[in-house]
Write a protein that binds this ligand. Sequence first.
Ligand SMILES: [Zn+2]
Length: 460
Amino acid sequence: MNFRRTSLSLFFRGLLASCLIGSITVSAMAQSLLRDTEIEETLRDYSTPIFRAAGLNDDSVDLYIVNDNSLNAFVTRGQNIFLHTGLILESETPNQLKGVIAHEAGHIAGGHLARSDYGTRSAYGAMLLAAGVGLAAILAGEGQAGALILGGSTQFGALEFLAYTRTNESAADQYAAQYMERSGQSGQGLIDFFDKFRYQEVLSQAKRYPYFRSHPLSSSRIDALREVVEESPYTDTPDSELDSTRLEMTKAKLRGFLDAPQLVFSRYPETDSSREARYARAVAYFRSASLKNAIFEIDELIKLEPDNAYFHELKGQILYESGQGEQAIGPIRKALELRPNAPLFQIMLAQALIEQDSNESVQEAIDLLKLALTNEPENSYGWYYLSQGYGRINQEALAKYAIAEQAYNMGDLQRASSFARRAQEDLPRNIPQWRRASDIIVIADTQLAQKKSKRYKPKP
Ligand SMILES: [Zn+2]
């Protein structure tokens, strides 16, 4: 696993749990969650008006990007929406992507999965209560429980939390049309998206994209959607220019990082001086170890948009990962200045600072990591670097505590419990880290015991 990549990096959040619980699956590892501030913000901005139209609290809906080329989107309990990179890349317009998000939001708002799932959730809550863990810890732990439950399956795509019925699908389509209209947007994108993949209908189940396995298309389904969309006053409302640009930049970045560089260069040839082309090429040059060209492209972009935090971020990442950690600090600082409090930027800067040969840099890194972890307490990378930082200033007990957090958030409960115990031996009892180590021990041990008893329980 590559700990170094923070931007568009492959975060194995939660997924490693599968290695603990059941059979280790390479496929689950390959299908990782992807983190990137720019893409997450774009998707968040696309989704917020839809979630609000759906009556959902947009803060409580989590969006995850799954690094998987196949076309898929799905929801799980706890209001999580998962979007495959394949879906983003296949969306020709923001409106198409928004239509799919609106459909998934329809499943959440329609309560399509609450019923099928209720048992799991309450069992988990009851277990923690029985262990004497406070409510705050339960709430904090819910995300983790979700990750563990997810991790229990060999593949994201194999999850069937949702009862995919014809009725639910049609209902979600209708909800989607409503949400798009309520937020002043066209529902046409979802129809276009479905139309584009109509051919999937005639493919055998196995050959279909996962999305159309769980969401079978039919003429009557599309017709029913068309009927309501065409009545909407916003049917012909186009995407905003900003939304369209953001999708193109997102796709360029994804292709740059995920496609073979040769493929990127033929899709975005040198003759193309558009922003998205330069963006994709910058990444592809970097990935083909052509640092000079990569920096040239990104510098051209920075000239065009000096206040674009993501261009500075990418420059920092390229420099850092090309072994120029010290030179990376400036651009990452600039990115953070333009986009203050972005946890992934804070972690990225901390990562570069820790390697510097001064106590001041290490202390700054520790402060940044603490800030990042306040916003993203489940970020195992943040905890990993924090343990490194504490190690650098000889705070061994705190370093062990940070490792316990890292392990816990990666689902490695055995290691979490063991390091939390070792940290407690040397930590003063009156600090929050000591109490948090106690929580980790209780939660980890309880979950381990529960798994053990489940494993050996004879079938009734
Ligand atoms: Zn659906």
